[in-house]
Design a protein around this ligand. Sequence first.
Ligand SMILES: [Mg+2]
Length: 242
Amino acid sequence: MEGSRLKAPQLIAFDADDTLWLNEPIYTDTQNKFNTIIRPFLTSGSPDEILYQTEMKNLKIFGYGIKGFILSMIETAIEISDGKISSRDIGSIINLGKEMINHPVLILDGVRETLTDLSQRYKLMIITKGDLFDQESKIARSGLVDKFSYIEIVTRKDSDIYSAILKKYKVIANQFLMIGNSLKSDILPVCDLGGHAVHIPYDTTWQHEEVDVQAIKQPYHVLENISHLPEYLENYFDSPIG
Ligand SMILES: [Mg+2]
């Protein structure tokens, strides 16, 4: 392997939701409770599909995050019930959203140990998209803040955003490594820029984040668990200096 090793990453960035802590199951669980509320009004179609279409329509108005999701649930309830949903039911939907926002931050297996290890040798960053207030709160409550040199909360994750981050931190793409569970948000745009990416799939992926794997032209790595990351770095990259 001598000579074929890659330059050590100057910066290793992690996605947060479903990479560092559990997220998607909280949405799925809420959606199930929401379905129970609106089921009496449903005459045809799938409530999941109607909600998803409303979310997609609203994404460019509200952005990502729980607050937009709450508004989309309310809009869907009004639509499905043809305006007959009671204010009591709308109150229940708002409460579902508040429960999501206050949900404990559940750190995924191996995350704390791996970050503790890597933060001694590398500069680590969080790049997460979503609602600023909610993401800041989750980061603060995660107890992981001291592992990271930098935190970036962005409205979307595309190659323009990643490019701007690399410029801001003066990091060249091939010395940047991104870790995440979403091919669409964490892997594809980073590969497009010539950066390195490690995909750590999570059990469930939001429909919106699904992508055709064939669309990714650059090689990326898949790891089953974040705890395999130090070994991956050792195998493929030079040791970090200092
Ligand atoms: Mg994620």
